[in-house]
Write a protein that binds this ligand. Structure first.
Ligand code: C2E
Ligand code: CA
Ligand code: CA
Ligand code: CA
Length: 276
């Protein structure tokens, strides 16, 4: 919230009111959305950055409200977190993605996004184990994407949940690397399989921004030496693809390779391309 200060507060009050009203409406709608079948997953291809071959998909949540239309996750995920609805929604995402991936003709990977709030639930690893058992999906085909915010809260509860997840054989990715309160310390105590480099760095690097290039180089070198993959996010153009190849990123994702797709289209791509 941008505080302009000095007596202008009243001018903002009606808008604040509208925002609060909109939030209330969205929150009520959100509570019923999963049960009403308004949530879907879109599957975005993740490829080998060198060859372009399919590695798997990231499942991205989509909510289409019958009257309000498509509501972007950037709007409803934070609300779901605040309203303590993310646990139920996240469990639906986990089960749906595992069930879907278990059906694919080839053993491509499936990545899902997990909010920090979910990882502060001490029985989250049990939910993951149940979703794997119910779907029959091999644990190494599942990747959970978490952001650095999971390490910000006090205590080690989330870290121990991450350890339990790793013990199941499930993979972990560090999402949006470089956009938060990055600390290399996490990389020393939690075994991430992949670091996802945020699209802002990828796009700046392709524009020739020296700092972005240097940062990606350093992240790739660090990941390589720790045996981790690096995923370049938000690759939209051929130039961006060339740049991330040159910089040695091992995986890539973005509109250049494929937009988030409906479930049946993702299934066709798996059948057609197999996986690496
Ligand atoms: P994210 O995890 O960083 O996901 C990548 C976002 O970038 C997605 O936005 C995707 O559609 C978009 N994207 C992919 N390629 C490109 C590209 O080439 N160019 C551009 N401009 N954008 C690209 P989306 O689907 O709107 O999701 C936004 C965020 O919402 C995600 O960011 C993630 O943080 C969150 N989110 C999505 N699904 C879930 C979920 O199931 N659970 C949780 N907790 N969060 C989710
Ligand atoms: Ca993600
Ligand atoms: Ca990301
Ligand atoms: Ca993000």
């Amino acid at each position: 919230s941008k505080d302009k200060g000095g007596g202008v507060f009243h001018a903002y009050e009606p808008q604040l009111h509208v925002a609060a009203e909109e939030r209330r409406v969205l929150e009520i709608a959100l509570r019923a959305a999963v049960e009403k079948g308004q949530m879907q997953l879109a599957y975005q291809p993740v490829v080998n950055a060198r060859t372009g071959g399919l590695l798997g998909f990231e499942a991205l949540l989509r909510w289409t409200h019958p009257e309000l239309g498509a509501i972007p996750p950037a709007k409803f995920i934070p609300l779901a977190e605040e309203a303590r609805l993310i646990g139920a929604i996240g469990e639906w995402v986990l089960r749906t993605a595992c069930d879907e991936a278990a059906r694919w003709e080839e053993p491509a990977r499936i990545a899902i996004n997990v909010s920090s709030e979910q990882l502060h639930n001490p029985s989250f690893a049990t939910l993951v184990a149940q979703a794997l058992a119910a779907s029959g999906l091999a644990p190494e085909r599942l990747e959970l994407e978490v952001t650095e915010s999971v390490f910000l809260r006090e205590g080690t509860a989330a870290v121990s949940v991450l350890e339990q997840i790793l013990d199941l054989g499930v993979r972990l990715s560090l999402d949006d690397f470089g956009t938060g309160y990055s600390s290399l310390g996490y990389l020393a105590h939690t075994r991430f399989n992949s670091i996802k480099i945020d699209r802002s760095f990828v796009q700046a690097a392709a524009r020739g921004t020296r700092e972005a290039i240097a940062i990606i180089r350093a992240v790739v070198a660090l990941a390589d030496s720790l045996g981790m993959a690096t995923t370049a996010e938000g690759v939209e153009t051929e130039q961006e693809h060339e740049m991330v190849q040159t910089l040695g990123c091992t995986r890539a994702q973005g509109f250049y390779f494929g937009r988030p797709l409906p479930v049946h289209e993702a299934r066709l791509i798996v059948s057609r391309n197999g996986n690496e």
